[in-house]
Design a protein around this ligand. Structure first.
Ligand code: CMP
Length: 144
């Protein structure tokens, strides 16, 4: 089934100039970027996006980190995109993520783990609507 996922390169990916390399992983896999923008997340949006973690001890530092400098927010589409992207991204803790995954190759720290990707269709729908208006999402065919 063709799905859309919300994917966001976090401040550390932008600061470390990893955007191009990471974007290439999704394109090389055969996924399609259908929306993409650099966004400075404010505190309200950070708290809404990460609402499910509000009671966790790391929540204040997560909000501080994600609002610290721009993120690259994207909608990525493809066959079973949510699961496929989670595999490409790797485990939350970069030290546990397999080598060959984005977090496994580029990260060392759970608190600075490079990238976010939706974990289920319901969260993808919610996160896409939170970051993008419908008219920002392109519908185009890849010409083989
Ligand atoms: P993400 O996949 O964006 O979703 C929740 C985020 O919370 C996660 O990536 C990490 O950035 C952060 N997070 C999860 N667990 C911890 C932790 N134990 N310490 C610090 N940050 C964490």
């Amino acid at each position: 089934m063709i799905q859309k996922s919300f994917v966001m390169m976090k401040p550390d990916a932008v600061q470390r100039r990893l955007m191009g390399k990471i974007l290439a992983r999704f394109e090389d896999k055969g996924l399609q970027i259908v929306a993409c923008k650099l966004i400075q997340i404010d505190e309200d949006l950070a708290k809404t996006h990460y609402g499910e973690h509000a009671e966790k001890p790391f929540f204040p530092s997560l909000v501080e980190y994600i609002t610290s400098s721009p993120c690259l927010a994207m909608v990525i589409q493809g066959e079973e995109a949510i699961t496929t992207i989670r595999k490409l991204v790797g485990a939350t803790n970069p030290l546990e993520a397999d080598l060959g995954t984005i977090r496994g190759d580029f990260g060392m720290d759970t608190g600075r783990n490079i990238i976010h990707a939706s974990d289920a269709p319901e969260s993808a729908e919610r996160e896409i609507a939170l970051f993008f208006n419908e008219d920002e999402i392109c519908d185009y065919k890849i010409i083989d």
